[in-house]
Design a protein around this ligand. Structure first.
Ligand SMILES: CC(C)(COP(=O)(O)OP(=O)(O)OC[C@H]1O[C@@H](n2cnc3c(N)ncnc32)[C@H](O)[C@@H]1OP(=O)(O)O)[C@@H](O)C(=O)NCCC(=O)NCCS
Length: 432
């Protein structure tokens, strides 16, 4: 999450030729997997993940397996009907995120215990509105919002969620669960609670006759379908430097840095405006057509687009280009709001970050569209604009002065095998 290096000074990632980056990507994941395997004694290998239907490190590069489900579905009657056992002091709950009280408890657990950067300077601070939006897409299952409480005090100490999604993997559209927000209270770490949480969400997913899942993690598990990198575009460089998110570059002064990242007051693309409800059909068409080119991407219908892509205050911003001549919708861009708590700064408590979501162009240059996105994000007082190197993002990152971050994000599929590690640019999926 954090970018400790001045973005412009740390720009040595090779992204020039596709073939080159494909090689780099495959090699780096293979090499990483081997390194992890070698460095661990047998007893320390992935005791849990080795028992799960996921690609295993030992099979990396073996193309003899067919692509697709690793295990076939079982009849629902054979799915375990009762929850997995928890250690004595704890109990399962199904969280009602509509309830203000429950949503506040989840918010508090995550705010204090969810993902931090490597140096523990920042921690994700998903808002309650964001959580409600992220957890209630069309067709969501309440039973997939799972908490663990202490029986005596009723305190919420762990959380995991799934939501249903149609995800296309090459030619097959597969109904999957997107699993997210896995969190165990800091005081309960390293007690093997996470595997129980994962098995329980899997059981509840199976009960809905769904057998695949997609998820991301900052840690390497067996086995990523792709590994992406976050890039950061400073919008408020002074604050980012003050709180240690970025560093003043060599031979740079603060005023030169501020000047470097300055953006125009107004967007430049004629017809650039906020997306509105009546745009849903046109945006769905644009997005469906655009996402076809990626190996793995969501299969959005109009209900999904209405839910995921209409603007929501402090959660989602989406803009499009409506041709001033013929009123056609030709381009679209979006980003979500995910602040981070700043853990050690005397002057600032929150970093306001925008995360690039789905962007589609047919007429406007992507570089110009994303520059307009940066301009509106700056106007709306975001401190930083983040983007993964997925889809066509590499085509604008360097030119728009994004710098590479130090964290990697690995994407995984559960019970679905791919024979080759994908390049990040072959991925058309952004998870929250
Ligand atoms: C992630 C988290 C729930 C793991 O809990 P933990 O107490 O550290 O680990 P446990 O002892 O319960 O379980 C360890 C097992 O979970 C796996 N695991 C750890 N993090 C995981 C993740 N993000 N996704 C899936 N599995 C994970 C480990 O690989 C290990 O299994 P293995 O032996 O097969 O390798 C906890 O560290 C946490 O809440 N971290 C902060 C929030 C976070 O990072 N969430 C994940 C976001 S992707």
């Amino acid at each position: 999450m954090a970018d400790k290096d001045a973005p412009t000074e740390n720009n040595n990632t090779s992204i020039d030729s596709n073939a080159q980056s494909e090689n780099d990507n495959e090699m780096s994941i293979d090499a990483l997997a081997r390194k992890v395997q070698e460095s661990l004694s047998l007893s320390k290998r992935h005791k849990f993940w080795e028992t799960q239907p996921v690609g295993q490190f030992k099979d990396l590069g073996d193309t003899n397996f067919p692509e697709g489900p690793i295990e076939p579905p079982t009849p629902i009657s054979q799915v375990k009907q009762e929850p997995y056992n928890l250690p004595g002091p704890y109990e399962w709950i199904t969280c009602d995120v509509d309830s203000e009280e429950v949503c506040s408890e989840i918010y508090t657990l995550l705010t204090n215990n969810y993902v931090e950067d490597d140096e523990n300077m920042f921690r994700f601070n998903y808002s309650k509105e964001f959580l409600r939006w992220a957890l209630r897409p069309p067709g969501y299952f309440k039973s997939w919002h799972i908490g663990v409480r202490v029986k005596t005090s009723k305190k919420l100490v762990a959380f995991i969620t799934g939501i249903p999604a149609k995800i296309r993997v090459r030619d097959a559209v597969v109904v999957m669960a997107e699993v997210n927000f896995l969190c165990v209270h800091k005081k309960l770490r390293s007690k093997r609670l996470a595997p129980v949480m994962i098995k329980e969400v899997t059981r509840r997913v199976h009960l809905e006759n769904i057998w695949q899942a997609a998820y991301t993690a900052g840690v390497v598990l067996p086995t990523p379908i792709t590994t992406c990198q976050y890039w950061h575009r400073s919008l408020n460089p002074k604050k980012l430097i003050d709180v240690g998110f970025s560093r003043l570059g060599a031979r740079m002064t603060m005023s030169r840095t501020i000047k470097l990242y300055k953006l125009p007051e107004k967007t430049v693309t004629p017809g650039f405006r906020k997306m509105e409800p009546h745009d849903v059909p046109a945006v769905t068409r644009l997005l469906k057509n655009y996402l076809k080119q990626f190996a793995v991407a969501p299969d959005f219908d109009e209900d999904d687009v209405e839910h995921w892509l209409l603007p929501r205050e402090n959660v989602m911003d989406s803009f499009l280009v409506e041709s001033p001549e013929n009123h056609q919708i030709t381009d679209f861009c979006s980003f979500y709001t995910l602040p981070s708590s700043i853990l050690g700064s005397p002057n600032h408590s929150t970093l306001k970050a925008a995360y690039s979501y789905y962007n589609v162009t047919t007429k406007t240059h992507l570089l110009q569209l994303m520059n307009d996105a940066l301009i509106v994000a700056k106007k709306n007082e975001f401190d930083v604009f983040n983007a993964l190197d997925v889809m066509q993002n590499e085509t604008f990152l360097k030119e728009l002065k994004f710098g590479p971050g130090d964290g990697k994000l690995h994407y995984y599929l559960y019970n679905y095998r791919l024979n080759h590690v994908l390049k990040a640019s072959e991925l058309g999926l952004v998870l929250l």
